[in-house]
Design a protein around this ligand. Structure first.
Ligand code: GCO
Length: 487
C-alpha cells in the first residue's frame, strides 16, 4: 500500500506541462510592469530599485522623467477605476509585475508585509472584476542593493532570485496560478548598456542585438537569469504548488535587406542565435547553440557557463513559453567588420520601411515565428505575453477622443496572424496587448505611448482609445478588419 502511495505522490509531483485541457478558456488580456505604472516609489517602506536610481537619482531619461508618479497605479482608488475600464473592454487576463524591492526591500532580507498586503488586495480586486492575474515576478526592477552587488552578472543572483521567488510563491500561491518568472533578459541587458553609456555621457543608440564588445557579458547574465528561473520552478514544484510557470522571452525574427552580403547573412544567423536560439535551445533542448558559444568564446571574457547549466535549464520543463513579439529586426554587419571576422551584428530599419517605435510592422513574421516554435521546438503551449505598438503622432487627443488608427490596425493584423498560426496547429493559450495604458517607457520617458487607454500624465485622466474599442470587439468575437480602424 505504502509503495502505491509513494508512486501516486511521485506521479502527482511529475507535473504535466500545462495541466489544463487544450480547450481551456483562451486568455484575452493586457500587460504592464510595476516600475512603468505604479509610481509611489517610496510608499509602504519600499526599497530603492535600480530603475529608481537610473531615473530619479541620475535623470537618465531626462529632467523630470521619473517613476515617482508614473500612472499612479499603486493607488487603489486609481487602479479600481482602471480595473473597471479593463473589465468594460472584456479582458479576462491581466499581466502585471510585482516589485521585488517592495516585497523584499533590500533584496534578500526581511519580507515587507505592507507590500504583500497591497498585492494581495490588488489580486482580490482584479478577480472581483472577472479578470485572472498573470503575475510577473521580475520585470527589470532589481533592488538597488543587489544591482550594486553585481546584479545578474553575479552568479549569486541565481540564489537571490530563488529566495525571492519562494517568498512570492508562499504569499500568492493561493491566489495566483499563472506566473511569468522573468521578463526579457535580452532587452533588459540592452537597456542596462544604454544606461551605462548615458551615465558615461556618451551618445548611443538603443541596441537590442548585443554588440561584440558586450556579447560575453550578455550571455553570462542570460545564463544566470535562466538558471534562476529554473531554480525557482524547481522550488515551486518541490513545494507541490499548483500553477504554471514560464518566462516572457522577446523573440525577434532576424531579416536581411535586399542586397545583403554574405557577411550580413552570417551576422543575421548569429544574431538569431544570440537573441532567440540561446533561450529556446536551453529551455526546450537543454543545450546552448554551438555557433553562439564558439563566437562568444572567440571574444574572450568569462561566460561562467558550467557543463550542466543548459541541461539544468532544460530539465525545468517550464509549463509554457511566454512570447513578447513586436517586430522582426533587420540585421547587417557593422561597417568595417568583414565576413569571417567573428561575431559582429547591428540592427537597422531599411529606408522606406513601415515601422513603429519598436521596429518594422510585419504581422507575417509573427505568423512565421509561431510556426517556427511549433515545428522546431515541439509545439509547446504558448502565451503571447506582449504584443503591441506605438507610432509617432498616433495618440493625438482631438475633441476628447484618441483615434489611434495605426495601433488599431497593428493589433487587428497581428491577432489575425496569431489566429492563422493557431489554425495551423500552434498551441497558443492567451494574448496580452502591451499595454493596457500609456505608461513610462524606461529610458525613453513618457514620450512613446503604447496604451489602448490614453493617460494624461499631468492630470492622470484616462481616455479609452479607438484601439480599446476594437480590442473589445475582437474579444467579444466580432468579425473585425482593418477598415474598422478607419474611424
Ligand atoms: C518589455 C518591454 C516593455 C516595454 C514594451 C514597449 O518588457 O517587453 O520592455 O516594458 O515598455 O516592450 O517597448
Amino acid at each position: 500500500m505504502r509503495r502505491l502511495l509513494a508512486l501516486g505522490l511521485m506521479l502527482a509531483m511529475a507535473k504535466p506541462a500545462f495541466a489544463e485541457p487544450k480547450d481551456e478558456q483562451f486568455r484575452w488580456g493586457a500587460a504592464s510592469a510595476a516600475y512603468q505604472v505604479e509610481g509611489a516609489t517610496t510608499a509602504d517602506a519600499k526599497g530603492p530599485s535600480i530603475w529608481d536610481h537610473y531615473l530619479d537619482d541620475l535623470s537618465l531619461a531626462g529632467p523630470g522623467m521619473s517613476g515617482a508618479v508614473a500612472i499612479n497605479f499603486y493607488d487603489r482608488t486609481q487602479y479600481l477605476k482602471d480595473i473597471a475600464l479593463m473589465k468594460r473592454m472584456g479582458l479576462t487576463s491581466y499581466r502585471f509585475s510585482v516589485s521585488w524591492a517592495r516585497i523584499i526591500p533590500d533584496g534578500v532580507g526581511p519580507v515587507n508585509p505592507a507590500a504583500v498586503a497591497h498585492y494581495r488586495q490588488f489580486i482580490v480586486d482584479l478577480k472581483a472584476a472577472g479578470i485572472q492575474p498573470m503575475l510577473t515576478l521580475y520585470h527589470w526592477d532589481m533592488p538597488l542593493s543587489l544591482a550594486r552587488a553585481g546584479g545578474w552578472d553575479n552568479r549569486a543572483s541565481v540564489d537571490w532570485f530563488r529566495h525571492y521567488a519562494e517568498v512570492v510563491f508562499a504569499n500568492f500561491h493561493d491566489q495566483v496560478d499563472l506566473y511569468v518568472l522573468v521578463n526579457e533578459p535580452l532587452v533588459e541587458r540592452a537597456m542596462k548598456i544604454l544606461a551605462q553609456k548615458r551615465i558615461a555621457g556618451t551618445k548611443a543608440e538603443f541596441a537590442i542585438v548585443p554588440p561584440a564588445s558586450d556579447l560575453p557579458g550578455a550571455l553570462r547574465t542570460f545564463n544566470h537569469l535562466l538558471l534562476a528561473s529554473a531554480a525557482a520552478k524547481k522550488s515551486f514544484d518541490a513545494k507541490g504548488y499548483t500553477g504554471r510557470l514560464g518566462l516572457a522571452v522577446p523573440l525577434f525574427p532576424t531579416l536581411t535587406a535586399p542586397g545583403a552580403t554574405a557577411g550580413d547573412r552570417e551576422a543575421a544567423t548569429l544574431a538569431d542565435g544570440v537573441m532567440n536560439r540561446w533561450f529556446l535551445d536551453a529551455m526546450y533542448k537543454g543545450r546552448y547553440p554551438a555557433d553562439v558559444l564558439q563566437a562568444a568564446r572567440a571574444l574572450g571574457g568569462d561566460l561562467d557557463i558550467r557543463p550542466d547549466d543548459a541541461a539544468t535549464i532544460g530539465a525545468a520543463h517550464f509549463d509554457y513559453l511566454g512570447i513578447n513579439f513586436y517586430s522582426p529586426l533587420f540585421i547587417r554587419r557593422p561597417a568595417g567588420t568583414g565576413a569571417g571576422t567573428g561575431y559582429a551584428a547591428e540592427m537597422f530599419v531599411p529606408k522606406g520601411t513601415y515601422a513603429a517605435y519598436n521596429g518594422a510592422v510585419r504581422p507575417d513574421q509573427f505568423k512565421a515565428l509561431l510556426d517556427r516554435i511549433r515545428v522546431d521546438y515541439g509545439n509547446p503551449p504558448v502565451i503571447i505575453t506582449e504584443n503591441g505598438a506605438g507610432f509617432p503622432g498616433d495618440d493625438e487627443m482631438v475633441d476628447g477622443a484618441v483615434n489611434d488608427r495605426k495601433r488599431c490596425r497593428y493589433l487587428v493584423d497581428h491577432i489575425g496572424a496569431m489566429k492563422s498560426a493557431m489554425k495551423d496547429g500552434a498551441d497558443v493559450r492567451g494574448y496580452h496587448v502591451w499595454s493596457s495604458h500609456d505608461n513610462l517607457e524606461w529610458l525613453f520617458g513618457y514620450g512613446s505611448r503604447f496604451g489602448m487607454i490614453h493617460v494624461d500624465f499631468d492630470t492622470q485622466k484616462r481616455t479609452p482609445k479607438l484601439s480599446a474599442r476594437i480590442y473589445a470587439d475582437i474579444i467579444a468575437g466580432k468579425a473585425v478588419t482593418d477598415s474598422d480602424c478607419d474611424a
